[in-house]
Structures are given as C-alpha cells and as structure tokens.
Design a protein. Structure first.
Lengths: 115, 117
C-alpha cells in the first residue's frame, strides 16, 4: 500500500473557475476525511465519509464546496466559483472505523492557488 | 466545542538538545484522545505520539514523550536528543471519544520547530 494519495499536488486557477481534487485512501480504510489548512493555521475539518456515506458535512465552508465518495473508495472535493480566499492546502486523510482513535493517515495535500 | 492552543509559534534549539513544545486544550469531555503530528516542509503530516485521556501513564515513543496533565488540560511534547530531521511544524490535536470520532481531529495552530546544526 502506498499510503494516502492526493492529486494534483498543486493547482492554480482563476477566480470563478471550478476545481476538483482527488484523494485515494489506504485501501482497507473505510473512513475518509477532508481538511483545509491555511497559512499559519492548523488543519480545519471539512467533512468525512464512512464507506460511501457522507456522515458529516455541516462544516463545509459554503455551498460552493461539495465532496463525493461514490463507491466507497476514492473521494473528490469540488469547489465551485473559486474565490481568492479559497487558496489553501487541502488535506485528505483516512482511517479504519475500528481504529479511528489510533489517529489518521494523511496525504501530502493539494495546494490551491486562486489568482 | 473543543479548542486547542499552542502558544509557541516558533522554537529553535541546537542539535542534540532537548526541547518541549506546549499545548493546552479546552473541553468538557472526560474521555478523549490527544495527538502530536509532525509536518515536515512540503511533506505529509505524520503521527508522532498519541495519548488516551483515561490513562495516567504518559505515552513514550523512542525520543518523543508527552507530559499529560488532565486536570490542567495540558499536553506537552518533549523531544530528546533532537536531530536535524526533527525540523518541522508540530501540531497538537484533540479527538473526542463520544460519537465514534465523528467530530474529527481539532488541531492547534502549530509550532515551527527548527533544529540548528
């Protein structure tokens, strides 16, 4: 297993465009989490999935943000009509539901720059 | 809501020295978990050490140990014999036991640790 994989590593987009990021978790992990990390801050929890079910989405930053995990494997995070304030590192993490208290395995993140 | 505070934005020590990073948290929960994560420059966040709140014994992982003071809501990380590879951002994080971890990890703002040769 190669760990949690995120693509792309970097994304530069113009304001107003839509962007989509992909996360491939560790294969045996049934939980998948999305976090946002802005400069000088710790990661901020956005949403999480257990298998294909999105069990928490109230912390998505606005209705421009959405996430999917259609087959319980990889997940996508989409930001519509991007704004400059969306510039940040978007982190994905995964864990096993049975071992969630052991902590998460994080990916390397996707750095978004909105110009 | 839980909050995690790391009061040291940056610390710098000489190689081989011992350094302690501080973390305090605020919660009304009795059962929870605490973590220290390391984020090297441009690399992924990795778990350093973890502590269950119901355990009085402080966790230890090789050169890394914690001082967990539940009544004071304090959770500091001690790095012994520091090495150049320890240079990174260090984040303290909290997870409630109730809800099966549904609230995720709550992170502090981080401490940038620099190990000088």
């Amino acid at each position: 297993d190669t760990g949690v994989s995120q693509n792309p590593r970097h994304k530069i987009t113009k304001r107003g465009q839509n962007v989509t990021f992909r996360c491939d978790p560790i294969s045996e992990h049934n939980r998948l989490y999305w976090y946002r990390q802005t400069l000088g801050q710790g990661p901020e929890f956005l949403t999480y999935f257990q298998n294909e079910a999105q069990l928490e989405k109230s912390r998505l930053l606005s209705d421009r943000f959405s996430a999917e995990r259609p087959k319980g494997s990889f997940s996508t995070l989409e930001i519509q009509r991007t704004e400059q304030g969306d510039s940040a590192m978007y982190l994905c993490a995964s864990s096993s539901r049975d071992r969630v208290y052991d902590g998460y395995t994080f990916g390397s993140g996707t750095r978004l720059t909105v110009v | 809501a839980q909050t995690v505070t790391q009061s040291q934005p940056e610390m710098s020590v000489q190689e081989a020295e011992t350094v302690t990073l501080s973390c305090t948290y605020d919660t009304s929960e009795n059962n929870y978990y605490l973590f220290w994560y390391k984020q090297p420059p441009s690399r992924q966040m990795i778990l350093v050490i973890r502590q269950e709140a119901y355990k009085q014994q402080n966790a230890t992982e090789n050169r890394f140990s914690v001082n967990f003071q539940k009544a004071a809501k304090s959770f500091s990380l001690k790095i012994s014999d520091s090495q150049l590879g320890d240079t990174a951002m260090y984040f303290c994080a909290f997870m409630m036991y109730s809800g099966g971890g549904a609230d995720g990890l709550t992170f502090g703002k981080g401490t940038h640790l620099i190990i000088q040769p």
